[in-house]
Design a protein around this ligand. Structure first.
Ligand code: ZN
Length: 389
């Protein structure tokens, strides 16, 4: 039976809850408030995801067991088991709810009276065991089932951005999808790791920031109350940085840079201040070598990549083993179609795609395969063009 409950204004500034929603991409704030109305006077409820979903998020296309897992991972609800039946309770309940004395007594078992605590996802945050399946599913969905670095859609693995060996957690903020080759290319320690993190605009300081709300929560637990989550995790967030507004070198096309910044923002991977500095430094170095730095940006946009990579073409297009520059636009257009899984509008490109097995088959290839295919693209394109003429 649903009940009228109170909501304190502080709930809307509850940073852990906000962070939990960011981490999981699930409507945890509304779900959490909804759970108040589904809980009895002791803040207990039956852990029945389907029933709870109908009561709390009837129109949302979400798996409520993932919602509960997300709340549990962040310490907002706790799960327990009595005689094979699962229940949940809200640890901060007594602090936030004033219960009408006429409300009937709880008929659900006491979580502290001989119940078995089900701390599964939470206990696994720091342990070198498998990533909980709910978190794995969350990360896969958030990263759209593709490698965060090269956009490959096959041979995917879950990568710990900050490796477990240095204390990285299984929290979704520390996880992302990488293909096996991008994952195994990452150094796990030392300067190599620091340089690699810089590609994503991260420093070792960010690890502490990223893990702080977990640490605060776990320490709250250690102190024995479990109620100290709120207010402890006062993470300082840097003021919003806009990579589009930085000073650019005069050789860099400002419109293209803005397109790149907007593209990253649209993919919900906005360029951080550190990343912007690093990218401008890289571009400066490549520009100094006479490389086509605009190509590097265009390739990153078209490939859906998170970072910029050293372009293989010279700024003047001259390079022995690279294909003629005049077909690069067409190649990038095809890559865009492969990335988005749509048919090329250009009949010649459509014919080329077909020759390579079709857009969907191409979408299953790794970036490495596609890069190798680039060598065959020009001749395929030219023959398709002459057949079309
Ligand atoms: Zn990759």
């Amino acid at each position: 039976m649903a009940r009228i409950r109170t909501v304190k204004p502080s709930l809307f500034t509850h940073e852990v809850l906000w962070q939990a929603e960011q981490d999981t991409g699930l409507p945890l704030r509304v779900a959490f408030i909804g759970l108040f109305t589904a809980s009895d006077r002791e803040g207990r409820f039956k852990w029945r995801p389907r029933e709870l979903k109908l009561a709390v998020l009837p129109y949302d296309d979400v798996d409520f067991s993932r919602v509960l897992d997300g709340l549990q991972v962040h310490g907002l609800v706790a799960k327990y088991e009595v005689d094979g039946e699962f229940f949940g309770y809200i640890p901060t309940w007594a602090k936030h709810q004033a219960i009408n004395q006429r409300e009937s007594q709880s008929t659900l078992p006491d979580p502290h009276g001989g119940a078995r605590a089900c701390t599964l996802p939470e206990m696994q945050l720091h342990s070198p065991v498998n990533i909980p399946s709910a978190i794995r599913a969350t990360v896969l969905a958030r990263d759209e089932n593709r490698c965060s670095r090269c956009a490959a859609k096959s041979d995917l693995t879950i990568d710990h951005i900050f490796p477990q060996s240095i204390g990285g957690t299984h929290l979704p903020t520390n996880l992302r999808i990488l293909c096996r080759s991008c994952n195994s290319a990452r150094p796990v320690q030392g300067k190599g790791l620091i340089d690699d993190l810089a590609k994503d605009g991260l420093t070792m300081d960010d690890m502490q920031r990223m893990c702080m709300h977990v640490t605060a929560h776990v320490e709250g637990k250690r102190k024995g109350s479990g109620k100290e989550v709120e207010g402890e995790a006062t993470r300082k967030r840097a003021p919003t940085f806009d990579a589009a507004s930085i000073d650019l070198p005069e050789w860099l096309n400002p419109d293209l840079w803005k397109t790149w910044v907007a593209d990253r923002a649209q993919r919900r991977k906005p360029i951080t201040e550190n990343a912007a500095k690093q990218q401008i430094a890289d571009l400066t170095e490549w520009h100094g070598k006479g490389l086509d730095i605009h190509r590097a940006i265009k390739d990153a946009i078209n490939g859906g990549w998170q970072g910029l990579f050293e372009p293989k073409t010279k700024a003047n297009g001259a390079n022995g083993h690279t294909p003629p520059a005049d077909l690069t636009e067409q190649w990038m257009a095809l890559r865009g179609c492969i990335r988005d899984g749509r048919q090329p509008a250009d009949p010649i490109l459509a014919a080329v795609a077909l020759k390579f097995g079709g857009i969907h088959r191409l979408g299953e290839r790794t970036t490495f395969d596609l890069d190798r295919m680039r060598r065959d693209f020009d001749s395929a394109y030219n023959s398709a063009k002459s057949a079309n003429a």
